[in-house]
Design a protein around this ligand. Structure first.
Ligand code: OGA
Ligand code: MN
Length: 230
């Protein structure tokens, strides 16, 4: 049961591009970009958005407010017993508490089955326990690649309580990046190259700007399903 968290902690390599900033931000040709444009994905070039963008999905409003409440009700009591961890300088994640859960109440299981059915091919073996990560308002996730030894080609996450920005940066090619707008109650899916060849991170509140728009970060809980390596 503790296996995933332990192995993730040891194999998420933190801080590869921690000090790098991208040099320019994209602008749409129609003037100032707007969050109302329904843009969920921006990147360093149209080509990258086309190619790697096809291995990234963001589905806004994947769960309803009621479903979010049901998940929170299930998760809050256990999370509240833990303390946010801030002071491990070598951790890939700063300001977080986490857990993993194998058995869920039926209404939660139903939501998770919907996630599984859109994210993973039918019959693909999944990691049993679902990973739950609670980021404090001041918390953030540094650039890392999930363990290839313990996790397969696909990562699917629900975002509860807050909007946030996930940034993908190509390993050894920091000028190639994609930003994903993860709205509250959305589902994101990272597949293949996007999962293996790019680091992913969740920006801290101070840096949380998507396509020129400030996206305030609150406390955020993610519920993450992964498959097993093939
Ligand atoms: C992780 C991770 C992303 C998220 O725990 O490895 O990248 O959405 N989490 O919380
Ligand atoms: Mn990760």
């Amino acid at each position: 049961m503790k296996l995933l968290l332990t192995t993730l902690k040891h194999t998420r390599n933190p801080a590869v591009y921690l000090c790098r900033r991208r040099r320019s931000s994209p602008r749409s040709s129609s003037g100032l970009p707007s969050l109302q444009d329904d843009v969920r994905l921006v990147g360093s070039s149209p080509e990258l958005v086309q190619t790697v963008g096809s291995q990234v999905e963001v589905r806004p409003g994947f769960i309803t407010e009621e479903e979010e409440a049901v998940l929170l009700q299930e998760l809050e009591p256990g999370l509240r017993k833990k303390r946010y961890e801030f002071d491990h300088w070598d951790d890939a994640i700063h300001g977080y508490r986490e857990t993993e859960r194998l058995r869920w109440a039926p209404p939660c299981e139903e939501i998770l089955n919907r996630v599984r059915s859109v994210a993973f091919p039918r019959g693909s073996p999944l990691l049993g326990p679902v990973h739950v990560l609670d980021l404090d308002k001041a918390g953030y996730i540094k650039p890392h690649v999930d363990s290839v030894k313990f996790c397969g080609s696909t990562i699917a996450g629900l975002s509860l309580l807050s909007d946030s920005i996930m940034r993908l940066v190509k390993e050894n090619e920091p000028s190639e990046w994609l930003d994903l707008l993860l709205t509250r109650r959305s589902l994101y899916i990272l597949r293949d190259q996007a999962r293996y060849d790019f680091t992913h991170e969740v920006l801290k509140d101070e840096e949380s700007v998507f396509n020129g728009h400030r996206v305030p970060r609150q406390r955020r809980i993610s519920v993450i399903c992964r498959n097993l390596p093939g």
